[in-house]
Ligand binder design. Structure first.
Ligand SMILES: [Zn+2]
Ligand SMILES: [Zn+2]
Length: 261
């Protein structure tokens, strides 16, 4: 009898042991033994090679430090700008070094802000059917070195070493054809509206970068060098603010500080 009891007992124990709930062990993912290889990139300004994770990245370019991003690189391109290369440029005569900044305003269509039309226009990509006004500028080939939009976003179209086509017939104290020796900066504006704080902040930043390469730049408005044809940047451009925020000397602002058009 005892034999049968033991047999049934062992059988039951075996049954329950086989039917016990299975404990699922957590999935074990071994860590790779070899770490991801470091991506080494060159600083777009000085060329030093660093791990990408230690660099400032902007538009797939890398900079080793903020000072090298806020500068004009050896090819004439500004690190804090979007680069939007324009075909509308040529060589400066005998590689002249620019010594004048010409301030402009532009809006496309006139009086409207916030679209990509200006960049498209400077890159010869503008859809001239997109607005009736565009028929008037169809076929023109123009550019500036820089554009600062209403949000302070800076775009660059032409290397500062090259001649952008923004000034047209012009005269800076007897020196004709200002494109030869000028850097053109367009502010998105229409002559009726004040420029935004963000635009002045971006302009100051850009001029800080430019000053590292081009010391002693003078400043003028397009209307100063082409007074019979042009009114930009207009009465809303604050020359005093430009002077104050960039610590410019009087001789660098030969047309004075009064608003003008
Ligand atoms: Zn660097
Ligand atoms: Zn202009």
């Amino acid at each position: 009898m005892l034999k049968w009891v033991l047999l049934v007992g062992v059988g039951a124990a075996l049954y329950f042991w086989l039917k016990r709930p299975k404990i699922v062990s957590p999935v074990f993912t071994p860590k790779p033994l070899i770490p991801e290889p470091l991506k080494i990139v060159p600083c777009a300004y000085c060329g030093v090679h660093l791990p990408a994770q230690d660099c400032i990245e902007y538009e797939q370019r890398h900079y080793c430090c903020p000072a090298h991003q806020n500068a004009i690189d050896p090819a004439g391109w500004y690190g804090q700008a979007q680069w939007r290369p324009s075909p509308n440029y040529d060589a400066r005569p005998s590689e002249a070094v620019p010594d004048l900044v010409l301030i402009h305003h532009i809006s496309l269509p006139p009086g409207q802000f916030g679209k990509n039309y200006i960049s498209d226009f400077f890159q010869n990509k503008l859809d001239f059917t997109a607005h009736p006004y565009f028929a008037e500028i169809s076929g023109q080939q123009v550019s500036s070195h820089f554009l600062i939009d209403r949000n302070g976003l800076i775009s660059q179209f032409v290397s500062t070493q090259k001649r952008a086509w923004h000034a047209g017939v012009s005269n800076f104290f007897g020196r004709e054809q200002c494109n030869d020796f000028a850097i053109g900066i367009e502010l998105e504006g229409d002559g009726q509206t004040t420029f935004t704080d963000l635009q002045y902040v971006a302009l100051e930043q850009l001029l800080t970068g430019l000053a590292k390469t081009y010391a002693n730049l003078s400043f003028a408005g397009h209307s100063d060098v082409a007074p019979l044809r042009k009114t930009d940047p207009g009465i809303h451009f604050d020359w005093r603010r430009l002077q104050r925020e960039n610590n410019l000397g009087q001789k660098n602002l030969p047309y004075g500080l009064e608003p003008r058009a």
